[in-house]
Design a protein around this ligand. Structure first.
Ligand SMILES: Cc1cc2nc3c(=O)[nH]c(=O)nc-3n(C[C@H](O)[C@H](O)[C@H](O)COP(=O)(O)O)c2cc1C
Ligand code: SF4
Ligand code: SF4
Length: 271
């Protein structure tokens, strides 16, 4: 089979998942690549036409070893008819646990035919310059691996007779899935002295938790702690101050600093 078009579909508050998907697409080298970014609040109601003979790469970060509830909500509106799909989760160098299995099961439920999957590493959402956790990832080595994965995907699809060929993709994980994000009922805070009221934080918030009315107001109960507002604030005025949240970041910094490498499923990378 020849790949006519590649569609990248993702939920990616801090952009690491998007970068991995773009690198895989670069490796596939399809002439036609379309991005369907479902991260922002509009992503919940976005009308995505049903898929047919394109190759779809679906990506989401790992939250508490699972898919983020907001990613599931967005992906649930997708409809496919045996459309070939590549499944990607990106995690912050701790673990991805059941997230990729959850994505595979969801993709099958939506009508996709999963060809391959992978877990890549991205800078942890909670990481800062002072408390690094996989900072700068995906880095150039990850990008190379993602591109090589893309090339192998193209090779695998080339020899397929039809899009409904049985893939039997084996993904590690437990069912019923375990883990998930514990509710902390906290959100980043704004340092009024350095905030320029530019509105960037509100623009990038996937849950519309931030509103601007002469100053920044945050609805704590809507916050999913994705850290998009912190990482995108041009003046560093958005910070996490909650001690429980900071303790988690410190724990990750101390215990998850040994570099992990991407894991690929459904493709023999050594062939
Ligand atoms: C609420 C929350 C929970 C997270 N849970 C995990 C986890 O269980 N394991 C892990 O390694 N990283 C975890 N991360 C880190 C993200 O998976 C990682 O930073 C990812 O690269 C973010 O993707 P994005 O840039 O596409 O938003 C978590 C991040 C957030 C915000
Ligand atoms: S992005 Fe930063 S500077 Fe801009 S409004 Fe938000 S907190 Fe203030
Ligand atoms: S307010 Fe919460 S949900 Fe919104 S961008 Fe910031 S961390 Fe993410």
């Amino acid at each position: 089979m020849k790949i006519k078009q590649v569609k990248l579909i993702y939920f990616s508050p801090t952009g690491t998942t998007r970068k991995v998907l773009e690198s895989i697409a670069e490796g596939i080298a399809a002439a036609d690549v379309e991005q369907i970014n479902l991260t922002l609040p509009q992503g919940v109601q976005k009308t995505v036409p049903p898929f047919s003979d394109e190759l779809v790469i679906i990506g989401a970060p790992v939250y508490g070893g699972r898919l983020p509830a907001d990613a599931i909500k967005r992906f649930k509106q997708l409809k496919a008819g045996k459309t070939l799909a590549i499944l990607i989760v990106v995690y912050g160098n701790r673990e991805f646990e059941d997230a990729l299995l959850e994505l595979k099961d969801l993709a099958i439920e939506l009508g996709f035919n999963p060809v391959a999957g992978a877990a890549f590493i991205g800078e942890h959402s909670f990481a800062t310059k002072d408390v690094p956790i996989a900072n700068g990832r995906p880095d150039s080595l990850d990008v190379q691996k993602a591109m090589a994965f893309g090339t192998k995907i193209k090779d695998k699809i080339k020899v397929l007779q039809s899009p409904d060929a049985l893939m039997d993709l084996q993904i590690p994980g437990r069912f019923p899935y375990e883990g998930g994000v514990r509710s902390l009922a906290v959100a980043p805070v704004t340092k009024e002295d350095t905030c320029t009221v530019c509105g960037t934080c509100a623009d990038v918030c996937p849950t519309a938790a931030i509103s601007m009315n002469g100053s920044v107001a945050t609805q704590v109960e809507l916050c999913i702690r994705c850290c998009a507002c912190i990482k995108n604030c041009p003046t560093g005025a958005r910070v996490m101050e909650d001690s429980k949240w900071k303790n988690i970041a410190n724990w990750l910094n101390e215990n998850c600093s040994t570099r992990k490498e991407p894991q690929i499923f459904g493709i023999d990378v050594y062939k």
